[in-house]
Design a protein around this ligand. Structure first.
Ligand code: CUA
Length: 383
């Protein structure tokens, strides 16, 4: 058992994506240093207490028959002073670096270079990109869900909001937890130092599917990040099923997709009305470039064509209690639009990706010809 624990503890970090022991950000490092300090002090106290217990038990045990008891004492000033002063000193040794770290993390909020608003929903995360100092303070205006793409080495400030219940935003390898509280803005600074995918999850019980309120923070090199931004801005141009005029190179959404658009937005097709704090609980994630996401249903299913079909056929069976299940009852799409209609919808969802494909979002950075897409201004990597 111990051997197994030791073995699993030494595996690659990929195998334990929720570890907080190998941070990849300065704030994560600070928390890790505090953790180590508390750990060693706690170990010192533990060993001291165990030693005292064993010593007392052996030294004062009744080893001879008879009525003999060790001398009974009450009150010992020296001992009482010692056990008051020593813990107070240990607490002080913890308190000082804790306060320093808290202030340092607060200061990092003032040095943010990219603002990202995150809305905790039941049970997924909506992400809005705001001001980007590397673009002269321009608002990037990109909206996505559950996969937060950030540039590596930049101080990203997450502004956390909720319009429902309390959630908690936690990416163990990048930062500490921070509650997402209705009516109150909490802010968190994260500077990822290594490119990679970092796993996060909601860390505050928030209802039936709290366990499936996962997300990832994907740290990309700066040029890749802006390629992603441009691909999100370019969106997925398509005209709706009832349009008779379909421009060349623009897809036509199947009839069933209109149903999706009552709750979801896709950049280039429909902005879907309200988002963020104003969005009713029943509104769903932005689906722009959906096919490129790693997972659907907030980390519950790997995003394959097969799983998308399973999800859309009966979302309530996959993730009981979710709001989409109130609208999309079991088999509703197949019953309403037929087997062909369902398959057309699946094909269309697979097509929600940048013109150059998911592996090459840079290809979509050149403006995509579309009568419905708003003009795309080009964001460029900071020199
Ligand atoms: Cu959101 Cu738990």
């Amino acid at each position: 058992m111990v051997a197994m624990l030791v073995l699993t503890a030494c595996g690659p970090d990929v195998a334990k994506p929720y570890t907080s022991i190998s941070p990849e950000s300065p704030t994560g490092d600070d928390i890790q240093s505090l953790y180590k300090l508390v750990f060693w002090l706690a170990l010192f106290v533990f060993i001291g207490v165990q030693f005292a217990i064993v010593y007392t038990a052996l030294r004062f045990r009744r080893n001879k028959p008879g009525p003999n008891r060790p001398p009974q004492v009450h009150g010992n000033s020296r001992l009482e002073i010692a056990w008051t002063v020593i813990p107070a000193m240990i607490l002080l040794v913890i308190l000082i670096p804790t306060i320093t770290t808290m202030y340092a993390q607060d200061d990092a909020l003032d040095e943010g270079t990219l603002e990202v608003d995150v809305y905790g929903k039941q049970w997924w995360w909506e992400v809005h990109y705001g001001e980007d100092q590397a673009q002269g303070g321009e608002n990037l205006g990109v909206v996505t869900a559950n996969e937060v793409v950030v540039p590596v080495g930049r101080n990203v400030v997450f502004n956390l909001y909720s319009n429902n219940v309390i959630h908690s935003f936690w990416v163990p390898r990048l930062s500490g937890k921070l509650d997402v509280v209705p009516g109150h803005e909490n802010r968190l600074s994260i500077t990822p130092t290594e490119a990679g995918t970092y796993y996060g999850e909601c860390a505050e019980f928030c209802g039936t599917q709290h366990a499936w309120m996962r997300f990832t923070v994907v740290a990309l090199e700066e040029d890749e990040f802006y390629a992603w931004v441009n691909a999100q801005r370019a969106g997925n141009p398509a005209v709706l099923a009832n349009e008779t005029d379909v421009p060349e190179g623009v897809a036509q959404a199947p009839a069933a997709f209109s149903l999706c658009l009552s709750c979801h937005a896709v950049n280039g097709i429909s902005q879907g009305g309200v988002t963020g704090l104003e969005a009713p609980a029943s509104y769903g994630p932005d689906l722009t470039n959906l096919a490129c996401r790693e997972s659907i249903a907030a980390g519950m299913l790997v995003n394959t064509e097969e799983n998308r079909a399973v999800w859309i056929d009966d979302p309530g069976a996959v993730k009981p209690g979710n709001y989409m299940a109130d609208q999309i009852t079991p088999g509703l799409i197949r019953d309403t639009y037929g087997e062909d209609g369902f398959n057309e919808l699946m094909d269309f969802l697979s097509s929600l990706q940048p013109a150059g494909g998911c592996d090459n979002p840079a290809a979509a950075a050149s403006p995509v010809a579309s009568p419905v897409a708003s003009p795309v201004s080009e964001a460029t990597p900071a020199g």
